[in-house]
Design a protein around this ligand. Sequence first.
Ligand code: DGY
Length: 328
Amino acid sequence: RYYSEMSKPSVYITRQVNEEALNLLNTHCDVTYWTGSGPVPRAELLKNIQNKDALFCMLTDKIDSEVLDKAGNNLKIIATMSVGYDHLDVKEIKKRNVKITYTPDVLTDATAELAVALLLATSRRLLEANEEARTGGWQAWSPFWMCGPGLKDSTVGIVGFGRIGQEIAKRLKPFNPKRIIYYNRSERKKEAEQIGAERASFEDLLAQSDFISVSLSLTPETKEMFNEAAFNKMKPNAVFVNTSRGGIVEQEALIKALQQKKIYGAGLDVMTPEPLPLDNPLFKLKNCVILPHIGSASIETRKEMGVICAKNILAAIKGEPLLTELKT
Ligand code: DGY
């Protein structure tokens, strides 16, 4: 399609994004965006997507055939400001020859950093200890008060040994665990050798790990992979950390495992649903640390994620190669 000066390509953004991203898009496009504080309401999205050339969306927006039908034939690209894409109906989108881009790599370090922080916050009971200090629970130094398991000489299990899983392993290595094991669909021999990690079956990883960190995409195969049977296989001192997607965990089974102290604790940056309702039993558990999906939330990373989306949209509009196309 030819765009004249008079009719610039049109982009809809489902949130207010950073200036850097917006400025880039404004050079070549007519940009409209949702200005509300939360995610764009469905009805607004359906109304505003009509006849747009590009959609810049978030993981909170479900993009399915209804949205695509409303968009119509002009839509060329959907750029999601996330590495996860379980909110996109990829099959439907591809069927309509619409390109998809996402934001891998740029958020790997920030997410790995957060996973380590969450692991330590859970094992060393940082939030609980902080609460005790603030509320008078700290009476005197006590030999075994607020103790938790240490990483030194432990077995660390990484489930999902992709970019993020590997970076988590690298960051945990200096804490001197005895072993780092990983479970991944395909073998990652070279990367594992460099890090000093060994491949294990899912069952062995569950049974042997003192710390389990999950960094998987949510797919039909990984959905609720951490179910009752999985938690039953874990050690009673196991610390379970999830920074990927809540859907990978059968949450009721996790709640039971934590309540019955079948595992030591859980650190969750993701859960089902998000935001987690305030009356959810997970909030009542001292052995559970809950974060509001902030894995990639370093300032630089989020800015860069926005810029990547904008650059992908510009490339798609100009018919140039995309920076980070999702090829499934
Ligand atoms: C993603 O990108 O999928 C994360 O969950 C948020 O950055």
